[in-house]
Design a binder for this molecule. Structure first.
Ligand code: HEM
Length: 156
């Protein structure tokens, strides 16, 4: 697979392969991004699912959704960078493949939530429809599963 071989040779990958300090900082950036993602999506999902109450969704909803989106974008960029350090090994790592599959499901779940007009109504302060609650519950479980799979990668 020439493209996979090439990924391990781009300057960003070579930098991380040669410098433990550079690897440390990109790895730390990946973790900060995950913190921003999970720190936004989890309270939002729990609020939507009805397990957290007391704060109006119209106040926290758009803010948490945006900060989670920024965290996701940064996690994807830093994650892909880490991936290029040893792409062949990661593609042979069962936990990594699980993580990518769960990530794909979590992204599809986001698309489902955002296409539901009841979601917009809920963020505008309306009642939270059961379909929105259900998808929010799936979202919380999927993102936690991606997190655990990400941690699992290093153990295989
Ligand atoms: C395209 C997206 C992503 C890619 C390609 C990616 C790739 C990687 C890679 C290559 C590592 C280093 C694994 C190792 O050798 O131990 C890693 C670590 C990790 N990733 Fe991701 N990642 C992505 C997104 C995410 C997301 C969205 C999450 C969480 C929801 C996440 C959670 C983790 C965790 C918990 C670790 C372990 C960090 C540590 O203990 O040092 N990743 N990721």
């Amino acid at each position: 697979m020439p493209f996979v071989e090439w990924l391990g040779t781009w300057p960003g990958a070579v930098l991380l392969q040669r410098s433990g300090t550079a690897y440390l900082f990109v790895n730390a950036a990946h973790i900060v991004s995950i913190g921003l993602l999970i720190g936004g999506i989890l309270p939002l999902d729990l609020r939507l699912a009805g397990l957290l109450r007391g704060v109006p969704l119209s106040v926290i909803g758009p803010f948490l959704s945006r900060s989670a989106a920024i965290g996701l974008a940064l996690a994807v960029v830093t994650g892909l960078w880490l991936f290029t350090v040893k792409p062949r090994e990661y593609l042979a790592n069962e936990a990594f493949l699980w993580k990518m599959a769960l990530l794909a499901l979590a992204l599809v779940n986001i698309a489902v939530q955002h296409r539901n007009h009841h979601y917009r109504l809920a963020l505008d302060g309306g009642a939270v429809h059961r379909s929105v609650q259900l998808v929010a519950g799936c979202s919380a479980m999927l993102w936690l599963a991606v997190l655990v799979a990400g941690r699992w990668v290093g153990f295989l």
